[in-house]
Each structure stands twice: as C-alpha cells, then as structure tokens.
Design a protein around this ligand. Structure first.
Ligand code: NAP
Length: 248
C-alpha cells in the first residue's frame, strides 16, 4: 500500500486512523461507499467487493472499528451477506476509553422483514443485530424476526427516514456508518441526515447502471471536500455536508 494525500497537501504520509477520525460529540452519520468510474456501486456479481481494493477494505475496517453502529438497507444485507462485527482485541481498550461498547452493532432497515435469518450475523454477533421496520409490518414476519434480532418498529420510515437516525441516537448509538445501499442512502440524504460522504472512486468501469444513491432532490446539494487520498489508482474522498453546523 502506498497511500498518499492529494488534498489537502501536507507532504506527509496519511495515517488512516486520523484521516477517518470520528467527531467526539453528538450524532454523526457517515456514508461509506465505493463507486466505479461509471457510477456503479457493485460489479457484475451484484456485490461491491469486486470494485473494491485492500486499502478500501482497510479504511472501512478503521471506520467501523470506532463506530457504534453499521447501518445498511435490507437489500445490501441480502446481496452482501454481512458477517458478525468483530471484537478486535487490539482496539478494545481504545474503544472502551472512548465510551464505546466492545463491538459495533449491525442495524438493518427493512419493511418486508424478508432477511436471511440463517446467517451467522444473527446468531453469532457480540450484540444481536437491530432491525428497524415500520409499525405496519406483517405480524407473523415480526414474530419470526424477533427470534433473530432486536426488532424496532418506527411509525413511518418511508415518509420520515430521519426517524431511523433518531431511533439509533435514542439507543445511544451516535457514531453511525451507513454502508448503503443506494435506496437507504438516498432516503437519508434527502432527509438531510447524512453528515459526511466517504466515497472511494475505483478505477473500474462496471457497466451495471447502479448509482451511488437514489434520491430526487429539489436542488443540488453542496458538499465540502475534506480530503483526497490515493492508492493504486483508487481515490478516497471525504466530503462533509456544507450546511452542517457540526464539524468532524
Ligand atoms: N458500493 C458500495 O459501497 C455498496 C455499499 C452497500 C451496498 N452496495 C450494493 O447496493 C445494492 C443494494 O442497494 P439497494 O439500493 O438496492 O438497497 P438498500 O438500500 O441496501 O436496501 C433497500 C431496502 O432496505 C429497506 N429500506 C431502505 N430504506 C427504507 C425506508 N426508508 N423505509 C423502509 N424500508 C427501507 C427496504 O427493505 P425491504 O425490501 O426488506 O422492505 C428496501 O427494499 C447491492 O447490490 C449492494 O451490493 C454497494
């Protein structure tokens, strides 16, 4: 890995842990995504790993390591088949000193509750995954889901997706890394609840027509460039919401 900092120019070798530090106070939602040059978010296998790189995975691991919660949409869980979040012995003391639980929890947004309950993430995680659904979900599906996860019903996450962030904050889960997909990220962005976009640009043409996020904005949203790192043709960008009162 020969990670270099393109912007802001410092002349120093970037340190991933400080380049991707979390703000100390308050709720912070950072979107963590990899995108091909033609705007796709997965390769021809329908998964993001095929457009990713070892450095991309290292950065994702670092961001997860000091997060409270990894938030994803149900289709991402169905496509990517997430594994349990690891309790990393080497960072345990540091997590505890920052007031974090011993491992991040996985949170999944799903209206259908059609999730792969047989995956180890539901039976072997340090903390049982949280599934956020609507109050009008199917009762039989909710009973089944409750056997495998901490099921949270929110009045209307379709018209008020910001409630997803509010419910996690109320549970004390404030460092939220949203790893997609396009539908969930679009809903949270339109609701003005994404503070930061950590987007890796992969030197790949994927040709599968999937965009980074799905949202029909009324007007273009302005973001502030925080950094650009590069490694082996990958650009790792970090953009902050320009109108956010908070700073990272
Ligand atoms: N490149 C990357 O970094 C990256 C990262 C993550 C994912 N991906 C890719 O993204 C693709 C999946 O993206 P996607 O846009 O199709 O799906 P998604 O956003 O992962 O999930 C959509 C599903 O989540 C639930 N959901 C999301 N927002 C909701 C809301 N506001 N209200 C109610 N339910 C909500 C619904 O679940 P139900 O259907 O269960 O009702 C919905 O069908 C996969 O191919 C994955 O590999 C790429």
């Amino acid at each position: 890995m020969t990670l270099t900092q393109v912007f802001p120019e410092t002349g120093a070798q970037p340190d991933i842990s400080s380049a991707y530090a979390w703000p100390v106070h308050g709720t912070w939602v950072r979107a963590m995504m990899v995108m091909s040059l033609d705007g796709a978010i997965s390769g021809s296998d329908g998964r993001s790993g095929s457009i990713s790189s070892p450095t991309d995975r290292l950065i994702m691991k670092q961001v997860r390591s000091f997060s409270d919660v990894v938030l994803i949409g149900a289709s991402t869980m169905r496509a990517e088949k997430y594994s349990p979040m690891k309790v990393l012995p080497e960072i345990l003391e540091e997590r505890r000193s920052q007031g974090l639980d011993d491992a991040s929890v996985t949170a999944i947004v799903s209206a259908s509750l059609d999730l792969p309950w047989e995956l180890p993430v539901f039976s072997e995680s340090y903390r049982q995954p949280i599934v956020i659904t609507t109050s009008i979900c199917d009762e039989a599906a909710a009973i089944e889901a409750s056997k495998h996860c901490e099921l949270i019903r929110v009045t209307d996450i379709n018209s008020n997706p910001g409630a997803i962030v509010d419910v996690l904050t109320d549970m004390g889960l404030k460092r939220i890394v949203c790893e997609g997909g396009a539908r969930l990220l679009g809903d949270l962005t339109k609701a003005g609840r994404v503070d930061e976009f950590d987007v890796a640009i992969s030197p790949t043409l994927a040709n599968n027509g999937q965009a980074l996020l799905h949202a029909d904005f009324d007007a273009p949203q302005k973001l502030k460039l925080a950094h650009v790192l590069q490694d082996e043709g990958f650009l790792f960008t970090r953009y902050l919401r320009a109108d956010s009162a908070k700073s990272a």
